[in-house]
Design a protein around this ligand. Structure first.
Ligand code: SF4
Length: 279
C-alpha cells in the first residue's frame, strides 16, 4: 500500500491584519520621508522579524517617551496609547505620528463615552498588554480590569445599573463570550458592544484554526511569544485537542513535534472549503 503523502494546510486568512500592515507602512513611509532616526514607542507590532528589519532601516524602538530626545519624531504603535502618553509627547514637543489601529481607537472612544456617563467600566483583557495599558489610561479611576469569569464573580460595583464593558481586541472568542455572559447575568442592565470588541482579524483567524484543527495533527503558528493574537491561536487549537506550537521562524521547529505526524488531508473534498476560506 503506498504511503500517503504528507500535506501542509496553509490557513486562510493568515499573515498580518490590516491594522498591523498599516502600522508597518507608517514606519516605512516615515523613514523614507523624514530619514532616520525615527523613534517608535514600543514594538510597532509584536513580531521579532519585523522589528529587526525596521531597526536595521533606522527605526529606534523605545519603551517610554522619556528615551526620545526633545523635539524628535516619534511613532505610536498599533496598540494605542493612553492620554498620559499623548500629554508627555506634547510636553516634550515631539512630532508625533499615530499608528494606532482604528479598531483600538474605537475601544478607547467607548471607554471615554462610558466615563462621561459616570459608568463603571469593566475592561476584559490581559494585564500588562500594551493595548490594555493604553485603554485603561482613558479612565483609570472608573475602569476595572477582568481576565476571567472568576474575576467577574469577585466584582463589587457600587451602582450595578450603571456598568459598561469593553474588551481587548485580541482575545479568545470563546473565553470572552463566557466572561460577557457572566457579566450579563450579574449586571442585567450592563451596556457594551453587541458581542465584544474582538476585531474581525482576530475572529477570522480563530475561526480558521477551529475549521482546520480536526484535519491536522499539529499546528504551527508563526508569530512571536508576546503576540496576543498568535498565542490565542495556539490556545484555540490546544483546546480542541490538537498540539500547537508558536514559532518565530523555521529555525525554531523541533523535529520531535512532527514525529509520526501524518498531516495529510483525508480527502480533497474536505480541503476545498478551507482553500476557499476568505478573510
Ligand atoms: S485591532 Fe485587530 S486589526 Fe487592529 S491591530 Fe489589533 S489585531 Fe490588527
Amino acid at each position: 500500500m503506498p504511503t500517503p503523502a504528507k500535506k501542509i494546510i496553509l490557513l486562510r486568512p493568515r499573515g498580518f491584519c490590516a491594522g498591523v500592515v498599516r502600522a508597518i507602512d507608517v514606519v516605512k513611509i516615515a523613514l523614507s520621508a523624514y530619514r532616520a532616526p525615527i523613534y517608535v514607542r514600543k514594538e510597532i507590532v509584536h513580531n521579532r522579524h519585523v522589528v529587526e528589519e525596521l531597526r536595521a532601516a533606522g527605526a529606534i524602538f523605545v519603551e517610554e517617551l522619556s528615551e526620545v530626545p526633545v523635539g524628535a519624531r516619534a511613532i505610536f504603535s498599533a496598540h494605542g496609547v493612553s492620554p498620559a502618553v499623548r500629554a508627555e509627547a506634547k510636553s516634550r514637543q515631539l512630532k508625533v505620528i499615530d499608528a494606532t489601529c482604528p479598531l483600538v481607537t474605537k475601544v478607547h472612544l467607548e471607554a471615554v463615552k462610558f466615563a462621561r456617563q459616570k459608568f463603571t467600566i469593566v475592561l476584559i483583557g490581559h494585564k500588562d498588554h500594551d493595548e490594555v495599558i493604553g485603554t485603561l489610561g482613558e479612565a483609570p479611576e472608573e475602569t476595572i480590569l477582568v481576565s476571567t469569569v472568576e474575576d467577574v464573580d469577585a466584582l463589587e460595583i457600587k451602582d450595578p445599573d450603571r456598568v459598561g464593558f469593553i474588551t481587548q481586541t485580541t482575545l479568545s472568542l470563546d473565553e470572552t463570550s463566557d466572561i460577557v455572559q457572566r457579566l450579563r447575568e450579574r449586571y442585567p442592565k450592563i451596556q457594551g458592544p453587541a458581542a465584544q470588541d474582538i476585531c474581525y482579524a482576530t475572529e477570522n483567524r480563530q475561526v480558521a484554526v477551529k475549521a482546520v484543527a480536526p484535519l491536522c495533527e499539529t499546528l504551527l503558528v508563526v508569530g512571536s511569544q508576546n503576540s496576543s493574537n498568535s498565542r490565542r491561536l495556539v490556545e484555540v487549537c490546544e483546546q480542541l485537542g490538537v498540539p500547537a506550537y508558536l514559532i518565530d521562524d523555521l529555525s525554531e521547529v523541533q523535529a520531535k513535534w512532527l514525529e509520526n505526524v501524518n498531516n495529510w488531508c483525508a480527502s480533497p473534498r474536505v480541503c476545498k472549503p478551507l482553500d476557499a476560506h476568505e478573510s
